[in-house]
Design a protein around this ligand. Structure first.
Ligand code: UDX
Length: 433
């Protein structure tokens, strides 16, 4: 099959490289000429484990191409994927569809023969209808089927998630389109991965419902963690105790500083807006958004409590700034709320993250250090915000010697309270005595 991937951001690049690896001929298209030049030269614009090798091997095999020009790739394509950004619109939280609409218009003029146009971008229910209308308006003669095929890729594990998904969701009732989509996902089909064919609107909603449910699950365990602290229980044992019940499931029950990232905050907000506009509000998700926002800010108070309620003039060392490990993504990272809240209480912040270089332009007044030990030096309290593996293997005796006072606030529960106590740390974590 020939695939044109419009938008070479996170989702487009990972999906394009994986489809090429499935044996299809893929052209990834982007308006950003600098990005395309860089990709052609073998450079990967994002940090995603394994992506560099996957791109290189498929380029070498002659299956993966990059271009700023959509014309040829769309003309030859069996399937054109729209994988452009859908950021939250400033002010109202609705998904901004201007890039999606622009892509639909551009594609329409270039289509040749039967083509499946697929939305990979996370788009509100009904967007497929809009795309179809735009295409039909521009090219009344176009022979297209507009299909929804949401992605469920976690940053840091995106290739694995693409190649070994729990399921693939395809929203279309067009038989020719179904055949094309089956062929595209053929290796998964052979693997007996469930491929769920639904209506387009149902598929669009599945994506939002999945992300909203996961965000709610995290928020639930975060509230239970606070309750554990109040009543003297252990949230990790509670999570295990409930997670072993197959109806609940053990995943996404790690308590922490609140969810962040490029999907959950944006998608929960968009679902809230869609639901309100449809006259059918999702109050659970509205509450989830509110509780999660408040939680990120409340983490500064937790740090303050660890130093007897006074952060003024104290040096706080922060380990980890990205919204989760194995990514360089800073979008809606809890650190972006926590660090300014610490500064507002008079703390001086020094920080390190292995990949979150963008933080340097997003946070002001922070002293960025080159490694965890420089962060510990002279700190009155050390806070772990993101659970990078390297923070699990710190030389704690060295850290203790470097710090002003051995106070550690572990917002990801990567250490055991009893171990830390034995090592002489004043240790606070989330939802554990
Ligand atoms: C998510 C979805 O998992 C993916 O299916 C979707 O397509 C895109 O959004 P991603 O944002 O990359 O993926 O990261 P994810 O691993 O889901 O984590 C999101 C946030 O939740 C992170 O801030 C993470 O730290 C937090 N989280 C996750 C928790 O606090 N506890 C958990 O148990 C799991």
């Amino acid at each position: 099959m020939h695939v044109a991937m419009i938008g070479t951001g996170y989702v487009g690049l990972v999906s394009g490289a994986c489809f090429a690896d499935f044996g299809h001929t893929v052209t990834c298209i982007d308006k950003d000429a600098g990005k395309i030049e860089r990709l052609k030269a073998g450079g990967i614009p994002i940090y995603e484990p394994g992506l560099d090798l996957l791109v290189a091997s498929n380029v070498k095999a002659g299956r993966l191409f990059f271009s700023t020009d959509a014309a040829e790739a769309v003309k030859d394509a069996d399937a054109v994927f729209i994988a452009v950004g859908t950021p939250s619109r400033r002010g109202d939280g609705h998904a901004d569809l201007s890039y999606v609409h622009a892509a639909a218009e551009e594609i329409a003029g270039l289509l040749d023969g039967f083509t499946v146009v697929v939305t990979k971008s996370t788009v509100p229910v009904g967007t497929g209808d809009e795309i179809e209308a735009i295409i039909k308006e521009t090219r009344p003669d176009a022979d297209v089927a507009v299909v929804s095929n949401p992605e469920f890729l976690r940053e840091g594990a995106a290739i694995e998630d693409f190649k070994r998904p729990d399921r693939v969701v395809v929203g279309t009732q067009d038989e020719r389109a179904k055949a094309v989509m089956r062929e595209l996902y053929r290796p998964l089909y052979l693997n007996e991965t469930p491929i769920l064919f639904t209506s387009r609107r149902t598929s669009e909603l599945i994506k939002y419902a999945a992300n909203a449910f996961l965000a709610m699950k995290i928020t639930f365990i975060n509230e239970v963690a606070d309750l554990c602290e109040a009543v003297g229980a252990d949230v990790q044992q509670v999570a295990r105790g409930i997670g072993l019940d197959g109806r609940i499931g053990g995943k996404f029950l790690n308590a922490g500083p609140g969810y962040g990232g490029s999907c959950f905050p944006k998608d929960t907000l968009a679902l809230v807006r869609t639901a309100r506009a449809a006259g059918s509000p999702v109050e659970l998700i509205e509450t989830t958004v509110k509780v999660n926002d408040a939680r990120k800010k409340a983490m500064a108070a937790k740090v303050s409590r660890a130093v007897a309620g006074d952060l003024a003039g104290k040096t706080v060392g922060v380990l980890g700034l990205t919204f989760k490990p194995n990514t360089d993504d800073m979008r809606d990272a809890p650190a972006l709320d926590i660090v300014p809240a610490l500064q507002a209480q008079g703390a001086k912040v020094q920080a390190f993250d292995p990949e979150g270089h963008e933080a340097q332009t997003m946070l002001t007044g922070v002293d960025f250090k080159a490694n965890p030990y420089d962060v510990a030096e002279g700190a009155d309290v050390l806070v772990i915000i993101t659970e990078w593996d390297q923070f699990r293997a710190l030389d704690l005796d060295r850290i203790k010697l470097l710090m002003n006072k051995p106070v550690l606030v572990d917002l990801r529960n990567i250490y055991k309270p009893e171990d830390m106590q034995a090592r002489g740390f004043l240790y606070t974590s989330v939802g554990r005595a």
